[in-house]
Ligand binder design. Sequence first.
Ligand code: NAD
Length: 350
Amino acid sequence: MTEKLNVVPFVSVDHMMKLVLAVGVERFLTELSAYVEEDFLRWEQFDKTPRIASHSHDGVIELMPTSDGHLYGFKYVNGHPKNTRDGRQTVTAFGVLADVGNGYPMLLTEMTILTALRTAATSAVAAKYLAPKGADTMAIIGNGAQSEFQALAFKALLGVNKLRLYDIDASASRKCQANLADMGFDIVISDNAQDAVEGAHIITTVTADKQLATILTDNMVGTGVHINAVGGDCPGKTELHKDILLRSDIFVEFPPQTRIEGEIQQLPADHPVIELWQVMAGKAQGRSSSAQVTLFDSVGFAIEDFSALRYVRDKLIDTGLFEELDLLADPDEPRDLFGMLLRAAKASAA
Ligand code: NAD
């Protein structure tokens, strides 16, 4: 990686795709999961704050910062469910990793693909602790941009090899099925969510709609199931009927953020939840019986992006899969910023 003070490595979408393909999607998800787990295990070292959200009629723009005291990271991310109608992504993102010691950015990267990877990796890490033993069948309700990443993370970490897909737009399910063909899954497309969840050990909900939706009703969730609820991640944007929450053990990332954004926004503020990092650290119990319904109320937390930024930075070394951005002013004498401007004027006049 570069030593030049004014140059910041920048990973474009093209370079990110090349990096993911060079590593291999499942290996990338597995290695990234290990970074997520490593950071969850040192949860108490991080600066934590609910993300800063700017809501509008059709969506939200959010900033997600955190630091472990050595590195600082943030992600800019949007969520606009209507975007796909105009050929845009529902979720796009970019992020920065910086050196806390001098405040200089060390990495600027696309994070649209990286968010799909880190969300899937985090879901699969949670399921490792919460899903029933031997789970190999997953229903995926909502077959948009995130869906294949979710499927592959659950395959890589848990051995899930049977998928039951449902989307209100059947072409999304067909797209997902085609993309995952020859990747080791038995795939069934269902006509409705009820059929999709039939016999599934894990139910992933990953729909996009800016409303209090009911993708799953209580009668659809059998005993012993693990629910990976990914799409409800904003105030006024949920996927599960409240009755499901009332009979589930609920696991969350950072409670102050999830209370605002997650499925649990439907519950009183003192409803008990379990922090996922505590389960990983052996401080709280994950799945305790085969009949228990476990729910990972995923909203996406800054530490997961920090893990992803850290992983990409480590992976970039010696790949050449980045450009050098002239992002930081670097005058010969640090206090002579204006002199640098004058020298540039002279040079362009010459
Ligand atoms: P997308 O727009 O690409 O796909 C969403 C899919 O859901 C579409 O195919 C749509 O037809 C389908 N859908 C909408 N309503 C449905 C319903 N009632 N039943 C079945 N299918 C339905 O969006 P995406 O990028 O895949 O993101 C999906 C969701 O995940 C979004 O809500 C996004 O905000 C959320 N998300 C969460 C995290 C997290 O960390 N928790 C991270 C990324 C995205």
